[in-house]
Design a protein around this ligand. Sequence first.
Ligand SMILES: Nc1ncnc2c1[nH]c(=O)n2[C@H]1C[C@H](O)[C@@H](COP(=O)(O)OP(=O)(O)OP(=O)(O)O)O1
Length: 269
Amino acid sequence: MATTDAMQLPPKLKTHKQYTLVIPLDLQRDRVLLGYKLRGFGQGKYNGFGGKVEQGESIVAAAIRELHEESGLLVREPDMIQRGALLLETVADNSSPILEIHVFTVDKWEGTENATDEMHPTWFSLSESLTPTSATPAPIPTPNVISGSLPSSFLSTPPGTEAHDLPLALPLQPIPYHQMWEESRVWLPRLLQNLMPPDLVPQEQQEEQQQKKKRYFIHHVQFIGGVDRDVSSNGEYSVWHGMGERRLDWVDELPVGEWDSRRTFGRYP
Ligand SMILES: Nc1ncnc2c1[nH]c(=O)n2[C@H]1C[C@H](O)[C@@H](COP(=O)(O)OP(=O)(O)OP(=O)(O)O)O1
């Protein structure tokens, strides 16, 4: 559906539930940090770090808190850079709220990434992740990582070599988009492309990159339920799965905290 068609949509009378999602970027070392969810909602997926905005909490404060709880990284508020928002709507029922997920990147923090019993932080190559591929699956962290030892899937250790003898500068894998929430493979590569110098962006994406000089993205997805049509296997059923209509737009102003049941999607700035 073209963006102009999206603007004709009728008002949505659904409530919004606010979430945050933070993606740490280490531009100097060309890497991006994601967490592998070891338990709870989203278990078995890689994602940025985030969660629900609690009552009375600002979106940015929630983003800082969740990032710290899940990764150990501590970021000061001025160093949080909002990049956009996801609006995830299930059309499987009329009562579920729209998930309004505020996406930030950070490139300055204190502390180092730590595994918790909920999330296992893992670095991926930034420049190798500008297009979603269904490349080799990323290793699945197991709880033994939490106690400090690397699982064998992380390193192939030459015979006679202990894991701790190996240099740490192993080539990083591309982001495993097919081990993330379905909508990530739409917005995340586009966001990363937007942050890269143009000469590093693949030729076929350069024209699109030129068009989106605007500051924020808004990605609206209507989930139809069932298995994502882009995934041929390993799909799992949830009302939040199965991407239907989706739109991604770049805007100069993000109506942070202003969306509620009275706003229409047709009023995207
Ligand atoms: N498609 C989809 N559905 C649900 N959540 C997400 C997506 N895509 C996403 O990127 N996300 C994000 C949004 C949040 O960052 C997390 C979900 O947060 P959740 O674990 O429910 O919130 P917490 O506050 O951490 O919950 P508790 O575990 O503490 O109850 O995924």
